[in-house]
Design a protein around this ligand. Sequence first.
Ligand code: AGP
Length: 612
Amino acid sequence: MCGIVGFVGQKQAAPILLDGLSRLEYRGYDSAGIAVITPEHTIDLRKAEGRLKVLNDMTDGGNNVHGCIGIGHTRWATHGVPNSTNSHPHMSEGGKFAVIHNGIVENYIEIKDFLIKQGVHFQSETDTEVIAQLLEFYYNECHDFFESVGRVLRRIRGAYALGILCADCTDRIIAVRKDTPLLLGFGEGENYIASDVTALLPYTRDVVYMDDGEMAILTKDSVQIFDAMQQPIEKAHQHIDWDLSAAEKGGYPHFMLKEIFEQPDALRHAISPHLRDDRVVFDDMKLKPEQIKDFTRLVIVACGSSYHVGVLGKYTLERTLRRSVEVQLASEFRYCDPIVDDKTLVIFISQSGETLDTMEALKEAKKRGAYTLSIVNVVGSSIARGSDDVIYTWAGPEIAVATTKAYSTQLAVVNMLALVFGEVLGTIDPTEYAQTVSELKKLPEKMESVLSHHEDIQKYAAQHFNHNSVFFIGRNLDYALGLEGSLKLKEISYIHSEAYASGELKHGTISLMEEGTLVIALGTYGKLFEKAQSNIVEVKARGAEVLALTTESRREEMRKTVSTVLTIPDTVDMLLPNLGVVPLQLLAYYVALQRGCDIDKPRNLAKSVTVE
Ligand code: AGP
C-alpha cells in the first residue's frame, strides 16, 4: 500500500511532507515524491526512486522547495516498475494538476487510450497518471477544480485514496476516498491528509476518517467534507491516543494480525481488476490462447507458503484443465535436471520475488526453453523481471515474516488462472465458471464473516497452546490447506507440527497418536467429507484431541464426531482453502501469542530468503 501525506498551512510544506513520509516508511515502498504549490503559483515537483533519503538529499531536507501547501507519496508499485518516472505525484501535461494515489484504477487503459486520442502525452506506465491527465482534460472544459474532480470520479473505476493540487487554486487540497483508507488531520491554522495516522502523530491527534465516496476540500483555516452526492456533511472527529508503534500497526498488536484482517481488502485488490462483465481477464498477460493450448506440461515451482499455494494449484488446475500438473519445491527443482522444454509452462509463485531458490529454478527452466509465468507480489522484483510473463497479486507490502495476505492473494490468482485456462481449453463447464466467478466476488465478504469469529479461536488457543506436537490432517484440498496451517503454527509458535494426508495415516504415522495428541482435522472438501470423518474416528480412538474445520452446512454432521468444530461459509470447491486458511492463521497467531513468541519476527527466519 502506498503512503499519502498532504499539508496546507502557514509553514513551509516540504519539510513537513518529508517528515510525514518518513513515518510511513515501515509500510514498504520503492520510490517517493512531493509536490508543492510555490509562491509563483506553479507546482514544484520532486521525486526519486529508492529510499526517502534520496528525496531528502535532493531537496536539502525540503528547504529548497518553497510553498505552504503540498502533497507527498511513498509508492508501492502496482502498475509500472519502480523508477522516478512512475513515482508519484503525477502531473498533468499542462502542469495544472498534481495527484497522489493509493489504490488501483481498473479502467485506466481505456481512459488512457481516450486521452491519447485527444492528443495527451503520457510520461509514465502508471494507472495514476490517467487521473492527473483526465483532471486537466475536464478542467479545460469547466475551469472548476471541484467540478473537474467530480467528473473524474464519475469516469474512473477502482479503489483510490487521492490527494490533489491545482496550480490555479493555491489555497486548497482536494482529497477523495474510495475503498482505500484516507484520513483528515486538524491543526491550528493548518490541516492535513494522510493514508494512516502514523504520519500525523507529531502534528495532530484530532482526525476524521473519510468514508467511501467522500471528498474533502482543505484550506489552512477550513475543512469541508462532501458525501458521494457532493453534498456537504459533518463527520465525527476522533482523538488518537495510540503511541507510534501501535499506530504503525493500525491499532493491532502485531503486523501479522493486521495483515490477517487486511486479507478481505487485499483480495478485493487482487480480484476486482481482473473481473469484467462476469469474466476473468488478465489484461497484462502476454500468454496467448494458442500457446496455452500448445503446452504439453504444466509445472508449478515455489518455496514455503508459496509452494503450498502450488500444491492447491495442482489439485485445482488438474481438476479444471484435465491436464497433468506437477508442483515442485524450487530447491529441489533446480538440482533434479528437470525435464522441461519449450512445450512446458512453468509457473513460479513468490511473494517477495527475490527468493534465491525460486530465482535459480527460474533460470534453470529458461535455460531449457520453458515458458515462464510468475505470480508475484513485489512489482519489478527479480523473479517478476526474469519471467516471460508476470501476474501481480497486489497484496500490498507484507511486513510480518509469516505470510498471510500474500498467500491468500496468490491463491486467488491461481484460481483465476484456472478459470482463464479452463475457458481457453474449453474444459470448464460454463455453469461452473459462472458460479465460481460469482463466488469469487463474494469471497472478501465471506472472509470477513470468518474473521468475525476470531474470538472463538482465541479461546481455543488459550486452552491448547502447550502441545509439543500438532497434526493437521485432511484429504485433497484439505491436505494442501493443512500444509499451510502446519507451517504457520511452526513458524511463529515454534511447536513441531506436521500436515498429513489423512488417508495415509494408517500406513505408519498413526503410531504417533496417543492420549492428548492435538489433531486439527480439516473437512471442508465436501466430496471426501465422510472419509474425513472416518479418519477423525481413527485418531480419536487412539486418544487424540481433535479440533475440526468444516463448512457451515456440515457443522451438525461434523458435531456427531467432534465436539469442537470451526466452520467457514459454504462456497465452490476451489475457493474453500481461501476461507479455510483464515482460522488456521488465527490459530497459529493466538497460540504463538499465548507462548510469548516474537510473532512478527520469528527466530531464525527472514521475510525474503535470498540465500541458499
Ligand atoms: C511463509 O510464511 C514463510 N515466510 C516462507 O515459507 C515463504 O513463503 C517462503 O520463503 C517463500 O517466499 P516467497 O513467497 O517470497 O518466495
